[in-house]
Design a protein around this ligand. Structure first.
Ligand SMILES: NC(=O)c1ccc[n+]([C@@H]2O[C@H](COP(=O)([O-])OP(=O)(O)OC[C@H]3O[C@@H](n4cnc5c(N)ncnc54)[C@H](OP(=O)(O)O)[C@@H]3O)[C@@H](O)[C@H]2O)c1
Length: 279
């Protein structure tokens, strides 16, 4: 991508808040032509008002994905330098309290929508002969944590899908990159709390005592775990992933990601469980 002379184009999902929003602003400031997408019309309007070429894109809706890619392709003349698959949410709740529908809903956005969008973008990149596809995964795509089963499963699945895609795209000049943030301040917790209340029957669960502590944590303002970084820390890694001649496969963001990436390699499974069960 560093060889492309014109203003580089990127489509980003989930730009209404947090990492997506910070990345959209940061890349625009750096001279990129940013197609900032959001799920809700009010956020699309706000992004437009802020000077973005804003697009409505709901990852849980195939028609919305198709229309968004068509709109972007029309505006660029059928090209797109980069895609940042960022939009996602975290459904909190014990594995045994997740209904099939709730688990499916988590996958609809975090995995299936991301997959479908990527598959609509790859043909543009194949035609132009290059491209970069970035995915916002998570430290929770590397290790599991209690009450994060739905989210863990969606990010583990994403890691598997992307690892495969990378092998299949070898030699195409389309580079595929996983960004691995740990705790980042954003609206993630607020959104998780809303979905927890909506989808988990906490009062009738064997986990209800643990849920009280979780609800308290989800409602807290500001960082609740050490080593939390602002979303601009992710922006920095995104810029590296976009602009390195050859990007790395994974970019860790925050100390906990580095730590758990190492621990999962060196610790026996039971020892890793012991560490993770204390978090
Ligand atoms: N914050 C962290 O600690 C952390 C750590 C590791 C990884 N991540 C990852 O970072 C990414 C961004 O999260 P964030 O921390 O910036 O949280 P955030 O502030 O909650 O932002 C999430 C974004 O995803 C969007 N989104 C949710 N469902 C969507 C759908 N169906 N279609 C399109 N967009 C959708 C949200 O839109 P609405 O406003 O419309 O809901 C919002 O714009 C996610 O992939 C997340 O898994 C976050």
């Amino acid at each position: 991508m560093s060889e492309q002379p014109e203003k580089r184009t990127i489509l980003i999902t989930g730009c209404s808040s947090g990492i997506g929003e910070a990345t959209a602003y940061g890349l625009k400031e750096r001279g990129y032509r940013v197609f900032a997408s959001a799920r809700q019309a009010k956020d699309v309007e706000q992004l437009e008002a802020a000077g973005f070429e804003a697009v409505q894109l709901d990852l849980a809706d195939s028609d919305s994905i198709r229309a968004a890619v068509e709109t972007v392709a029309e505006k660029t003349g059928g090209t797109l330098d980069a895609l940042f698959n960022n939009g996602a949410f975290g459904q909190t709740g014990a594995v045994e309290d997740l209904t099939r529908e709730v688990l499916r809903f988590q996958f609809e956005t975090n995995l299936f929508g991301t997959h479908e969008l990527t598959n609509r973008v790859i043909p543009l990149m194949r035609r132009q002969g290059y491209g970069r596809i970035l995915y916002n995964s998570s430290v929770l795509g590397l290790v599991a944590m209690k009450y994060r089963g739905a989210y863990n499963a969606s990010k583990f699945a994403l890691e598997g899908l992307v690892d495969t895609l990378r092998l299949e795209l070898r030699g195409t000049n389309i580079q595929v990159v996983l960004i691995e943030p740990g705790p980042i301040s954003s609206r993630f917790r607020d959104n998780s709390y809303r979905l927890f209340q909506q989808n988990i029957d906490a009062e009738h669960s064997v986990h209800r005592d643990a849920y009280r502590a979780i609800e308290e944590r989800l409602q807290k303002q500001g960082p609740v775990v050490p080593f939390t970084l602002p979303p601009e820390a992710v922006l920095k890694k995104v810029i590296r992933a976009l602009e390195a001649r050859t990007s790395k496969i994974r970019y860790a963001v925050t100390f906990p990601t580095y730590l758990f990436a190492v621990l999962r390699r060196i610790l026996p499974g039971r020892a890793l469980d012991w560490v993770l069960s204390r978090i």
